[in-house]
Design a protein around this ligand. Structure first.
Ligand code: GDP
Ligand code: IMO
Ligand code: MG
Length: 432
């Protein structure tokens, strides 16, 4: 059963793009199952650096068929810009397939994202402003436009009219903005048709047929567990299911066909946007993690909030996603600290929590209970086996594994594809 899911185990930017790219050379299909161009993945191959947002990271591996699943929301102008940019750099993109049931991020969704955030004031989410929330809201409200709708003049016009009837009231009467013309939107969407036509298809059929043939499908999640609309730090979340279950609903492949679920987890913690983060650092250590780790957003350029590793979050992710493996990334960033604190549990109003408090206020008030581990000073970026790591780095990894509820199968020691230590060969060890 060669279905492999990759999800973020924290608040995003764990290095999912690199992990997908590393596995990409061994798989036949990579399907992005949630989110849209709110994602930002940096993939480094030799002296080349690629920033991907909407395209699956597997697109960089020759031989892979990249797929945008039905769970994704697609900003078509961004899609074309991204395709053009990587084609110019010699990446083959002609195999890309897009689900006919994926929703379109209509131009008014971006407008609504930004005005809503402004309207929320101090209660804002800190979204990426890409129209993600409003596009998913339309999907749930049954007012969305799907990729397949673009190819039928009447259906497209009816849907845009239906959506704008409601949106224009909101824009004009509540937000004091100008109304959006139906013709303007329909014309913009129609002009994309010709280029999209060869890509749009029933991708569930394609992926299930590939699995029937014994081929390998990698399901790539955007965002992360703690940003999942159901299981994350609601309301400070994105608007899709970034957890493993989303791989099935977002691709049209059933759960019995998934063999492994790999959680990507950073050796420390970062978060972009608003919302609670118990291990956040406000001192020099936080700035040091940010600087050494290059923790600046790929999508919005915002600085990422930084803190130490949070084992409560890791255990929660292992449980919610049914993880089979962790890929631990950015261990090299921790080189040079005398001791490295890890949050092993929380304290809320004098009570110790081993598991994530489900109450929003309790989580916001959670104080980390720390355990300190001795650090190392040796440069580890050239290590390629676990045994080459300094003893204290080995102990740190073993300690994280013991407290995080799932084995660590791979360790990142730098951004390049090659800077990876395979503790267990992820795909082959799973019998794939
Ligand atoms: P994603 O959104 O989960 O794909 O992650 P991002 O690409 O937004 O952020 C991860 C950043 O860390 C990128 O700049 C990667 O090139 C980089 N990166 C990934 N793995 C490692 C690693 O093991 N060590 C170091 N130093 N950088 C890494
Ligand atoms: P990758 O895939 C980190 C955050 C935003 C905001 C919240 C909601 O690169 O890990 P949205 O625009 O989705 O409605 O914003 O989610 N967010 C991310 N943070 N990495 C991401 O993606 C993110 N995608 C969304 O900062 O707090
Ligand atoms: Mg990212």
């Amino acid at each position: 059963m060669p279905g492999v899911v990759i999800v973020g185990a924290q608040w995003g930017d764990e290095g999912k793009g690199k992990a997908t790219d590393v596995l990409g050379s061994r798989v036949d299909y990579v399907v992005k199952f949630n989110g849209g161009n709110n994602a930002g993945h940096t993939v480094v191959i030799g002296d080349q650096k690629f920033a991907l947002h909407l395209l699956p990271s597997g697109i960089l591996s020759p031989g892979v068929t990249p797929v945008i699943g039905n769970g994704v929301v697609v900003d078509i102008s961004v899609l074309f810009q991204e395709l053009d940019a990587i084609q110019e750099r010699g990446v083959e993109t002609s195999k890309l397939l897009i689900s006919n049931a994926a929703h379109v991020i209509a131009p008014y969704a971006r407008t609504l994202d930004n005005v809503t955030e402004r309207f929320l004031g101090s209660r804002k989410i800190g979204t990426t402003g890409r129209g993600i929330g409003p596009a998913y809201a339309d999907k749930i409200n049954r007012l969305g436009i799907r990729m397949g709708d673009l190819f039928d003049d009447q259906v497209l016009r009816d849907k845009v009219e239906g959506a704008l009837e409601q949106k224009n009231h909101l824009l004009v009467k509540v937000y004091n903005r100008r109304a959006i013309e139906v013709d303007e939107v329909v014309e913009e969407l129609m002009q994309y048709r010709e280029r999209l036509a060869p890509m749009v298809t029933d991708t569930s059929l394609v992926l299930n047929a590939a699995l029937d043939r014994g081929e390998t499908v990698l399901f790539e999640g955007g965002q992360a567990t703690m940003l999942d609309v159901d299981h994350g730090t609601y309301p400070f979340v994105t608007s899709s299911n970034a957890t493993a279950g989303g791989a099935c609903t977002g691709s049209g492949v059933g759960p019995t066909r998934i063999d492994s679920v790999i959680g990507i987890v950073k050796a420390y913690t970062t978060r972009v946007g608003e919302g609670p983060m118990p291990t956040e650092l406000f001192d020099e250590d936080g700035i040091k993690l940010q600087t050494i780790g290059g923790e600046f957003g790929v999508t919005t350029g915002r600085t990422r909030r930084c803190g130490w590793y949070d084992a409560v979050i890791a255990r929660y992710s292992a449980r919610i996603n049914g993880l089979t493996d962790f890929v631990l990334t950015k261990l090299d960033v921790l080189t040079g600290w005398e001791t490295i604190p890890v949050c092993v549990a929380y304290e809320v109003d004098g009570v110790r929590y081993e598991d994530l408090p489900q109450d929003q206020a309790a989580f916001a008030a959670a104080k980390p209970i720390w355990e300190e581990f001795p650090g190392w000073t040796e440069d580890i970026s050239a290590c390629r086996t676990f045994d080459e790591l300094p003893a204290n780095a080995q102990n740190y990894v073993r300690a994280l594994e013991a407290m995080s509820g799932c084995r660590i199968s791979s360790i990142g020691v730098g951004p390049d594809r090659e800077q990876t230590i395979e503790v267990n060969d992820l795909i082959h060890a799973r019998g794939v």
